[in-house]
Write a new protein. Sequence first.
Length: 246
Amino acid sequence: MNKTGVRIEARDVFKRYGPVTALAGVSLVVEPGSVTALVGESGSGKTTLLRCFNRMVEPEAGSISVGGRDLSHVDPVALRHGVGYVQQDGGLLPHWNTRRNAGMVPWLRGDPEFERRADEALNLVGLPANEFGARWPRALSGGQRQRAALARGLAGRPDILLLDEPFGALDAITRVDIQRTFRALQSELRVTVILVTHDLREAFHLADRVAVMKSGSIEQEATVAELQARPTTDYVSELLDKAGAA
């Protein structure tokens, strides 16, 4: 399942919900095979920006490109079949067992080997398919459900993985365990990852670069070391202080 990710770029992206500006001219580049974390308070635009990259949100202005392709010219359904997406609650279908949930994307694409793809992905995330594949989501712990959701995001062998607060609802011990799994997976697969998190420490632990967002704009985007050493705005300094991450 070794992959090499693709370059992602947002250029001057705007999005409004009624009178509320969710994204105010955001530009961001994520290099192939890297992990970029979007950090900020609730309502800062993190999830809106993330969902622009699989066209779950359509920008009103600006452009989004993946691997050099303008996404406005890409069929959104086909796009989502090629982009891994993991949400906070996992989003597993309760009437499908774990194997079928994990194999959803290759199944939707008509891949006759979707069950093998699912088993491969489950094994990869530390959820042995021979033990967990036939279980229903309700029989899984919170951490196991998130592992299954991560497997679903990987089973289609994507070049891009979008993670929307995937570890936020887990207890501390389980969270650390799955973070460790993610780091090992990324080291092996090298897909391009965008991670939404409210936890700056988590961002520093998992990401190569961090984009701090506020009120629909990016306050600062830098490597972890650069952000810690040279915050460029008062807001970034305050966020670092609050997180004890300066």
